[in-house]
Design a binder for this molecule. Structure first.
Ligand SMILES: [Zn+2]
Ligand SMILES: [Zn+2]
Length: 496
C-alpha cells in the first residue's frame, strides 16, 4: 500500500483537526533491508548506534544469509549479510562496542587520536570525524525491560555525537529506542523483526517507571523498514500476537464511538475508518497466517494493519483508535506481572485473550443479561476505594488515587450523568454492541493462528481476572465497558 499518502503532510480532516505523521519512510516489502543505506543517506546521518538483542540480530542474520542478492554478498571480505555488512558496503566504518569490549573509548574530539574497530584494528579519528561510522550494541533479550535500567544501558553505550539510533527489533526495543531518541532529540529508524504489535508508527511509548507501566507521548520513527523475508520468518507466537493485537481493535473502535456519545470524547470517523479497513483485511488474511509458511501477502496485510493502527493513534493524538477495555485488561495483567515479578506473556497474546473476555461480556449486554442502564445501588465511598486500590495497585496506588481525586470519574454524580446519557443513546449504543463479532468468531480466528485463548495460556489466574475486571479501568480516565459495568453496578465488580 502507499503510505506516502499519509506521511509528512497535513491532512485537513472533517473532524476539525489536522492530522500529521512525521515519519518519512515506511517500507513493507521484500528486500526492504537493502533500502537502509538510502534511508540513512536521505536523513544525512553519519554517526549511527545500532541496537538489537540476540534474537532480533539472529532474525536479520538468518534472512540475509539466505538471500542471494548482491547486497548481502560476502565476496569483499564482509562475511555475513547482517545490517553491519550492509552499512560497511555503503561506506560506514564499524567501531568497537567500547562498553562491552572494554576497548579504548573513541572520543574523537581530536583528529590525532585513534579509535578501535571491532577486530582490534585502530581507526584514525580523522577518518571517523570526516567519515561516517556506526557501532552496534546487542542487549540481552532475557533481561530486556523498558525501565530505568534498560534506558540507562542504552544511554551508557552511546558515543558522543550519535545522530541516529537504528533499532532492530519489535515491541520492547522499539519502545526503548523511541524513548531514548526522543529524550536526546535525535531521530530513530526501526528495522522491524516481527509483525507482533502496533507500536511501530505510534508516538505512544509504553515504559516502566518505578515498576509501574507508564505511557509517554514521544515521537514517531524517521523510517520503518519491514523486510517481508524477516517478518515472515518471525516465530509463530509473535505473528499470532500481532493478530491478537489487531483483532482487539473491534472493541477499541466501538468503545471510541460509545465514549464519543456518552462523555463527548473527541472522535474522528476518518481515523476510525483507516483502522476498520486494516482490521477487516487482516481478518480475511488469517487463514494464510500462522502456518508453517505464512503467506508473504498475508504477512504484508498484518504488518500494514499494525502500522496503520499505530499511525491512527498518532493522527488522533490518543491511543483510542487502537486501545479499549481489552487493552485495559492486558495492561493491568502486565502491571501485576511487573509488581510480582511473574513472567509476562506477549502483549498481543494478552490482548487476544482479553478481547474474548470483553466480547463475552458485550454478548451478555446484547442478550439483555447485563443491563447497562440500571442504577447502581451502592454509593461511592472514598475510604473503601482507597483501601482497595492500595491492595490492587501496590506501589502504583498513589497515582491511581490521585487520578480519581482529580477526575472524580467514579463519583455518584458522574455515574448518574453517564447512565442518563446511556439511556438517551440506548438504541444507538445497542446497535454498535450488536455489530461486534462474537467471542466464538474471534476465538476461531485466534485458533487458526495458534494464538493463546485462555487466561491460563497467558499466566493469568481467575483471581487476577476478577481483580482486573474491577480495577483495570482505574489506570486511566477512559470510558469503556469496564466503566459501564461499574456504573450499572454489575454484580461481579460491585465491590468498589
Ligand atoms: Zn480527523
Ligand atoms: Zn496493543
Amino acid at each position: 500500500m502507499d503510505f506516502g499518502q499519509y506521511l509528512q503532510r497535513e491532512i485537513e480532516c472533517a473532524c476539525g483537526r489536522k492530522h500529521r505523521i512525521d515519519c518519512k519512510y515506511i517500507f513493507i516489502e521484500d528486500g526492504a533491508l537493502a533500502r537502509l543505506p538510502d534511508v540513512i543517506a536521505e536523513g544525512g546521518f553519519r554517526r549511527l548506534l545500532l541496537i538489537a538483542d540476540e534474537n532480533t540480530h539472529a532474525a536479520i542474520d538468518r534472512i540475509s544469509d539466505e538471500s542471494g542478492s548482491d547486497t548481502f554478498d560476502g565476496s569483499d571480505g564482509i562475511n555475513d549479510g547482517s545490517i553491519s555488512a550492509i552499512l560497511q558496503k555503503s561506506g560506514f566504518i564499524q567501531l568497537a562496542n567500547t562498553v562491552v569490549s572494554g576497548d579504548g573509548y573513541p572520543n574523537c574530539l581530536d583528529d590525532s587520536e585513534e579509535a578501535m574497530s571491532p577486530h582490534g584494528e585502530s581507526v584514525s579519528c580523522e577518518e571517523i570525524n570526516n567519515g561516517r561510522y556506526f557501532y552496534s550494541v546487542t542487549l540481552s533479550s532475557k533481561t530486556l525491560l523498558p525501565d530505568e535500567e534498560g534506558i540507562g544501558g542504552i544511554v551508557t553505550a552511546m558515543l558522543p555525537g550519535c545522530d541516529v539510533i537504528v533499532a532492530i527489533g519489535s515491541g520492547t526495543l522499539n519502545d526503548m529506542c523511541r524513548f531514548v531518541s526522543y529524550k536526546l532529540g535525535i531521530p530513530y529508524i526501526i528495522v522491524a523483526t516481527a509483525p507482533s504489535m502496533d507500536g511501530y508508527t505510534s508516538h505512544v511509548c509504553a515504559m516502566i517507571t518505578n515498576r509501574v507501566k507508564t505511557t509517554y507521548y514521544t515521537h514517531v520513527p524517521f523510517a520503518v523498514i519491514g523486510d517481508l523475508g524477516v517478518l515472515a520468518a518471525a516465530p509463530k507466537e509473535l505473528i499470532a500476537a500481532g493478530v491478537g493485537d489487531v483483532l482487539g481493535k473491534y472493541i477499541s473502535l466501538v468503545e471510541w464511538q460509545i465514549a464519543h456519545l456518552i462523555t463527548d470524547e473527541y472522535y474522528c470517523p476518518f481515523v476510525a475508518s483507516i483502522v476498520r479497513e486494516a482490521l477487516e483485511k487482516t481478518r480475511a488474511a488469517v487463514s494464510r497466517l500462522g502456518k508453517e509458511d505464512s503467506s508473504p501477502t498475508a504477512i504484508t496485510v498484518l504488518m500494514e494493519a499494525l502500522v496503520l493502527s499505530g499511525m491512527a493513534m498518532t493522527m488522533a493524538d490518543t491511543s483510542r483508535p487502537a486501545s479499549g477495555s481489552e487493552h485495559h485488561l492486558a495492561h493491568y495483567w502486565e502491571m501485576q506481572a511487573l509488581l510480582t515479578g511473574a513472567p509476562a506473556a506477549l502483549h498481543g497474546a494478552k490482548v487476544g485473550v482479553a478481547t474474548l473476555i470483553i466480547l463475552h461480556l458485550y454478548q451478555q449486554v446484547a442478550a439483555g443479561e447485563i443491563n447497562l442502564t440500571q442504577t447502581r445501588h451502592r454509593r461511592f465511598d472514598e475510604a473503601t476505594y482507597i483501601q482497595e486500590i492500595k491492595v490492587a495497585y501496590g506501589s502504583a496506588a498513589e497515582a491511581v488515587i490521585a487520578l480519581e481525586r482529580e477526575s472524580q470519574k467514579n463519583s455518584d454524580t458522574a455515574v448518574t450523568a453517564r447512565i442518563d446519557c446511556l439511556k438517551e443513546h440506548h438504541d444507538e449504543i445497542m446497535t454498535l454492541i450488536s455489530a461486534l463479532p462474537t467471542a466464538d468468531e474471534i476465538s476461531a480466528l485466534l485458533t487458526a493462528v495458534g494464538a493463546s485463548l485462555t487466561i491460563s495460556d497467558i499466566n493469568v489466574s481467575d483471581e487476577l481476572l476478577t481483580d482486573s475486571l474491577r480495577y483495570a479501568k482505574e489506570q486511566r480516565v477512559r470510558y469503556g465497558l469496564l466503566q459501564m459495568l461499574y456504573d450499572c453496578g454489575w454484580g461481579k465488580i460491585e465491590k468498589v
